[in-house]
Design a binder for this molecule. Sequence first.
Ligand SMILES: CC(=O)[C@@H](O)[C@H](O)COP(=O)(O)O
Ligand SMILES: NCC(=O)COP(=O)(O)O
Length: 239
Amino acid sequence: MTKLSVNINKIATIRNARGGEFPSVTEAAIKLQEFGAQGITIHPRPDERHITRKDVYDLKPLVHTEFNIEGNPHRPFIDMVLEVKPEQVTLVPDADDAVTSNAGWDCEKNLDFLKSVISEFKNAGIRTSIFLDPNPEMVKFAAETGTDRIELYTEAYAKNYFQDKESAIKPYYETALEATKYGLGINAGHDLSLDNVKYFAENIPNLLEVSIGHALISEALYLGLENTVQAYLKRLAKW
Ligand SMILES: CC(=O)[C@@H](O)[C@H](O)COP(=O)(O)O
Ligand SMILES: NCC(=O)COP(=O)(O)O
């Protein structure tokens, strides 16, 4: 089964536009789980442009599904995650000023760094996942880091899906096969949507989890959050 983890960064983006507490990210997390979300994802960035440090601590006791915290493992991020102890941490190598995440790890180049950070998280009982481009050759280095899972960075898939979905999925399929050989769990995310998620989930073996935010919150403007979550769950159900 592929779990749906809803990324609520965009709820915080709207809230922060007026500086108050509305819409509330904690209420959104509670409702989303009631509506069927199997996890809540957040990506607290150093500039707190959406999710703040306070949000991270406020959300912890309210997420009874799976709490997934994404981010670049700078020291303050590492210490916060070790204190909050989510079920999963996803390491993303994004620059502080990046508009959004825009690349996976070069695990060969960052091998020693990733090994040491990952062992810190694993010693604390936190499952780790690392953001990866769809490149089968990177998988053996990803496995060497000791991570439990990889997260396939799906922006390129989403971009090419309407033009040629078979060639859009091919590098992801090959990377997933390689990851399975090494015993790595597979997550995926970035720009997945109601249009493209079903084909992705049908064609990627052993896909454990997708984290979806930007499209899901946008689609919910028209469909409502509950209908949108249910529509994703239908697309992810075993066919
Ligand atoms: C890791 C990843 O792919 C992104 O989902 C990221 O979490 C989105 O962050 P923003 O919401 O800041 O664009
Ligand atoms: N890890 C990906 C994620 O959490 C959501 O990405 P997006 O759907 O906001 O692009």
